[in-house]
Design a protein around this ligand. Structure first.
Ligand code: ADP
Length: 165
């Protein structure tokens, strides 16, 4: 059985993340989405909230499991018998950091390979930070995040009613 992990902050999950999740779930038997719990940045959503949102938006994908983790990704991967780490690449700006991280992970655990999926063009510009910036000022985020979580993002900024309605 092939298991992969797609790690990230998912603060919050975007349509770009969901696209990578759906595409990688087709490549492996079991996909673990790993929500990072020890981010140096202060997240907008707690780890439980991020896990819940991911569970909601992936509930129709039978081979996808959402787990949180802290500490080293390679340790988490070993614990769950993972063969591959999935990362999304949007632009060259992602590349340098991602390459260094995958090489570091390879040294730490040579049994786990990193697979890069390129972004779908329509989500190439999309990031969680951009979603937060838009939402903070009441901008329309409906083209950026899954429908189920739009209101949860606005609520964090005290905006109860959707701007686009
Ligand atoms: P991290 O803090 O680990 O970068 P993110 O939640 O920002 O966590 O991203 C998780 C993964 O998803 C990373 O591999 C990132 O490159 C990828 N990713 C983020 N946004 C997109 C997108 N719009 N299209 C494809 N991949 C993306």
């Amino acid at each position: 059985m092939k298991t992969a992990i797609y790690p990230g902050s998912f603060d919050p999950v975007t349509l770009g993340h969901l696209d990578i999740i759906k595409r990688s779930a087709r490549l492996v038997d079991h996909l673990i989405v790993g929500v990072l719990n020890n981010n140096t940045k202060t997240p907008l959503f707690s780890v439980d909230e991020r896990v819940n949102m991911l569970e909601d938006v992936t509930k129709d994908l039978d081979n996808v499991e959402i787990l949180s983790f802290s500490g080293l990704l390679v340790d988490f991967a070993k614990e769950h018998n993972v063969q591959a780490i999935i990362r999304g690449l949007r632009a060259v700006t992602d590349f340098e950091y991602e390459l260094a991280m995958s090489q570091t992970n390879r040294v730490a655990n040579p049994d786990v390979d990193t697979i890069f999926l390129n972004t779908s063009l329509k989500y190439a510009y999309l990031s969680s930070s951009m979603v937060k910036e838009m939402a903070m000022y009441g901008g329309d985020i409906s083209k950026f995040v899954p429908e189920q979580i739009i209101d949860r993002v606005y609520q964090k900024y005290g905006i109860a009613v959707r701007n686009n309605k």
